[in-house]
Ligand binder design. Structure first.
Ligand code: ADP
Ligand code: MG
Ligand code: MG
Length: 907
């Protein structure tokens, strides 16, 4: 332990760290080091490693012994490079204390700026700069941040809603602005700021019962401790849960010399992206504010200026761009933009500050982007030779495809819609919902089954759970780099920011615009791609085909080995799935022809069959049903052509189809020529206490062989007829809910007999097909070596397998799952993400045992997991041949399969 190095220095053209040391230095620290090494101007500083954080939490919130000495040494280096000393009354160095986790958590953790200002150093700094206004502005910011971050949040004080110390101080600031008639923060005079600082300190003493520290070192270590504490702050924890970031990673702390964007009109601060993060256009894109500091841009306090001509929009076109206001600095920044892109070969999100005309870089990281932007950037960079095709394929997360295929507002509906405001297009796609005005309401309303849009003046990190719950986000203030925009873009969520025309009253829960008032619960529609807000609900349509998407998917297909099929039971769904690139049907659920439109007639006949008391009556009903079943199967086989189609025999318990209403029963009794009483008695017989484990799947075929026979005949005759016409087709017969080899033998005997009859009828030797089973009961997985003797393929039905492995009812898990996730009893919903530790072991065992008997056993999956990227990776790892998922998830599975092969190559 003692030889651990806990502190890494950077600045003055070199650094001890590098960009590949993110685990140790956090993303921010590693990239500050990298920039320093590249010779880019970065204010000097040092990073306390994530190991300090781990130590801190393992040792009762204390530091390693050697830390103080290492930090002192690093601070001395900073002082040397910057030529000023921390706490020096004549020429004080000021510091920022910044958090920095391994992967960026925008705004989730804390930053304190201007550390080191106190009664001893203020006069010296005023004398040195000749700018008292600047000094008192910096001081009031320090007091605001420090009291909030260190004295309240890190101290565990939980103020009432709206009564946080920061909010109270903010209100005092607003009061001064109002009473003096100042339009913006920049107008407040030095004297006002000076007396404000004094009232701030009195307020802090009154509210928090403690004095604001007047000692630079106390401020510094208070800030460091608060950043470490913020790792376990409420919003950081909930953000980590949403993003799946492990709790034990810890954060680093960066202590860095301050540079000042608030020293006057030659000073500024800004945020930029090396390419447009919404569209992917290869143009420098950003926002800046003159005479401002720190988070003013991101916080959405005032509408920021455009960085350049490319960044102008309706909200900011009247404001001067940096390109025009400070052309030389802009050129320098542009050169750094190019240098960073070439170095990192990816789009960067950068923060910079200009002090007295001198440019300083404060941060660079890989920028979050929409799915569309990710696609365009990947394909552009590939074309420019900046990256190779594997890298291009990795640049889109499979989940992001979801967003590319997401609905947009129907342009036809938009033409006649009632446009109420315009804002900035911060997150893509369209969304309609009832408006709510707080994150908590969003969460509550969604829990009660509503679809909501979250409306805020601006969002802050405390709102993330509500932002997540809402289908769309609308804010009145803020720019394209505001918190709401950043977070929404990262999630690919529909979002409009800075819709300034809206008068949003979050307390009264109303939006007023042009004399109209919208109340909580009213419905609005957002076009996040164009920044348009409409009243009422508008239709949505699927995003149009993007040719780059097709090219991109081709690259992915070249890389993957896992095949991707779809779950579909109608020719229409099959056609959609082929468009999305499905290579077969992995699950055709025969019972689906008894649900939905056009199902009345077959359903009635099926009911007759079910309610028949005798085999003879059942056979008669099955004969009637036969043409319907064969028709659907044949049409689907035909459309799939040379792609295989797996037909699953009737799966659900029969009682699911028993008519419930008195009218329906009367009608059915008439058709069957039995009394209603008899029919009711038969329905009672079919009633089961635990139908999911009841008379279903292969069990039906065992007790009613005629039901299986009818299905075998439908499949084989459909195939025989298509082949007769010279058409290719590949049916696979799949027996569900199997738990023993003998069940399969029983059914196989029937299938063979039917096959012989069909061959004779069509005058052929064979109707080519496969015979296989679902593995969805633990016993089947555990006896797979036996089962494989009687089947040619396995398809893992991981929905039921998960249900039976956990003992969780698929249909009732909603009642307790949220508690399980909240209390971290489960990391994720096992019905969404395949549980590798349990279900995964059964799957792997099943495959190994099955292939020990039958080496060429074909293996796939047909549960919901087949379209979930993490589970697709698992299927790849255990050597499956294919996954099968719903049509809309096919592209996601294709990309996930490509990623799996890139990360874990297999034959
Ligand atoms: P976040 O992770 O929330 O982006 P940062 O550590 O980047 O937090 O700090 C927020 C803002 O504070 C930065 O965007 C920058 O404007 C300002 N800031 C941080 N460090 C300095 C510094 N050394 N000098 C001037 N401004 C700084
Ligand atoms: Mg930052
Ligand atoms: Mg099942």
């Amino acid at each position: 332990m003692t030889d651990s190095k806990y502190v890494y220095s950077f600045g003055g053209g070199s650094a001890e760290g590098r960009s590949d040391m993110k685990n140790l230095l956090g993303g921010k620290g590693a990239n500050l080091a990298e920039m320093a090494n590249l010779g880019i101007p970065v204010p000097a500083g040092y990073t306390l490693t994530t190991e300090v954080c781990t130590y801190f939490y393992d040792h009762d919130e204390t530091y390693p012994e050697s830390l103080q000495a290492e930090a002192d040494e690093a601070l001395a280096k900073v002082e040397e490079i910057m030529g000023t000393r921390f706490g020096d009354p004549d020429d004080p160095l000021l510091l920022s204390v910044r958090s920095g986790a391994r992967s960026s958590m925008p705004g989730m953790m804390e930053t304190v700026l201007n550390v080191g200002l106190c009664s001893a150093t203020i006069p010296g700094l005023i004398k040195k700069t000749g700018n008292p206004r600047f000094v008192y502005d910096a001081y009031r910011r320090l007091i605001m941040m420090y009291s909030d971050v260190v004295m309240e949040k890190a101290a565990g004080v939980e103020p009432a809603e709206g009564q946080g110390i920061r909010q109270q101080l903010d209100r005092m600031l607003e009061e001064v602005k109002e009473s003096e008639g100042y339009a913006s923060d920049a107008d407040i005079s030095a004297d006002d700021l000076k007396s404000l600082a004094e009232s701030f300190k009195a307020k802090i003493k009154e509210v928090l019962g403690k004095d604001f520290p007047d000692d630079p070192h106390e401020q510094l270590w208070g800030g460091v401790g608060a950043v470490f504490s913020s790792w376990n702050g409420k919003r950081a924890v909930s953000y980590r849960r949403i993003e799946g970031i492990p709790d034990d990673w810890g954060t680093a702390v960066n202590v860095q010399a301050m540079v000042f964007g608030n020293m006057g009109d030659d000073s500024a601060t800004g945020v930029a992206f090396t390419r447009n993060p919404a569209t992917g256009d290869n143009r420098f894109y950003g926002e800046w504010l003159p005479n401002a500091q720190g988070e003013d841009v991101v916080a959405g306090i005032r509408t920021p200026n455009p960085l350049n001509e490319d960044t102008k929009n309706e909200q900011n076109e009247h404001l001067p761009s940096l390109q025009v206001a400070m052309p030389e600095v802009y050129e320098q920044l542009f050169a750094i933009r190019n240098q960073l892109e070439e170095h990192y070969t990816d789009m960067q999100d950068i923060e910079f500050t200009i002090q007295d005309g001198r440019l300083w870089m404060l941060q660079t990281r890989v920028g979050k982007r929409t799915g569309t932007a990710a696609l365009n950037m990947a394909m552009d960079m590939l074309a420019d030779g900046l990256i190779d095709s594997r890298t291009a394929v990795r640049r889109l997360k499979p989940e992001q495809l979801d967003e590319l295929l997401h609905p947009i507002v129907d342009p036809a509906a938009e033409k006649t819609a009632d446009l109420i405001a315009k804002g900035l297009p911060a997150g893509p796609g369209g969304a309609s919902g009832q408006i709510v005005f707080s994150a908590d309401d969003a969460v509550q309303w969604v829990k009660s089954g509503k679809t909501v849009l979250l409306v805020r003046e601006e969002t802050n990190p405390e709102d993330v759970e509500g932002m997540r719950a809402a289908v769309g986000i609308l804010t009145g203030r803020g720019g394209m780099t505001s918190h709401a925009a950043l977070v929404a873009r990262g999630w690919g969520k529909c979002c409009i920011v800075g819709a300034g025309a809206l008068d949003i009253d979050v307390v009264g829960k109303t939006i007023s615009v042009d004399g109209k008032v919208f109340n909580e619960g009213d419905v609005l529609t957002l076009n996040g791609t164009r920044g348009l807000v409409y009243s009422g609900e508008l239709d949505m349509v699927d995003a149009t085909e993007n040719p780059r998407f097709v090219d991109f998917m081709k690259l992915a297909d070249e890389l993957r080995v896992l095949k991707v099929r779809t779950n579909a039971e109608t020719p229409d769904d099959a056609a959609i799935a082929i468009e999305f690139g499905a290579e077969g049907i992995g699950l055709f659920r025969t019972e689906h022809m008894f649900y939905g439109t056009g199902s009345e007639e077959p359903l009635f006949i099926l009911r007759k069959m079910i309610m028949s008391g005798s085999e003879e009556a059942r056979r008669a009903a099955l004969d009637e049903l036969y043409p319907f079943v064969k028709r659907d199967m044949k049409a689907t086989l035909e459309i799939m052509g040379d792609r295989p189609v797996t037909f699953r025999l009737l799966d659900p318990p029969l009682h699911e189809f028993v008519p419930q209403s008195a009218d329906e029963r009367r009608e059915l009794a008439e058709a069957l020529r039995v009394s209603v009483e008899d029919l009711d008695r038969r329905a009672d017989e079919l009633h089961e206490l635990n139908p999911m484990m009841g008379h279903r799947g292969v069990r039906l075929g065992v007790t009613f062989p005629e039901i299986s026979e009818m299905q075998f005949r439908a499949i084989l005759e459909a195939a025989a007829e298509l082949r007769q016409k010279g058409k290719a087709c590949f049916p696979e017969i799949m027996v569900p809910v199997t738990c023993a080899k003998a069940e399969l033998d029983d059914q196989l005997k029937l299938a063979k007999a039917v096959h012989a009859e069909v061959c004779e009828k069509y005058g052929v030797d064979e109707v080519e097909h496969l015979y296989g089973t679902m593995i969805e009961i633990p016993r089947a997985a555990l006896t797979a070596d036996e089962i494989a003797k009687s089947t040619q393929f396995f398809s893992f039905g991981t929905n039921d397998l998960t249900q039976m492995t956990f003992g969780f009812s698929r249909d009732d898990i909603g009642g307790f799952l949220p508690d399980y996730l909240d209390k971290k009893i489960l990391p994720v919903d096992p019905f969404q993400v395949l549980d590798r530790d349990s279900v995964g072991v059964l799957v792997q065992t099943g495959i190994e045992k099955g292939r020990s008997t039958r080496p060429n056993l074909k293996v796939g999956i047909c549960g919901e997991h087949g379209g979930e990227p993490n589970s697709v990776e698992f299927c790849h790892l255990v050597g499956m041949d294919y996954v099968s998922c719903s049509p809309y998830r096919v592209p996601i599975a294709r990309l996930a399969a490509a990623h799996a092969q890139i990360n874990h190559p297999r034959d």
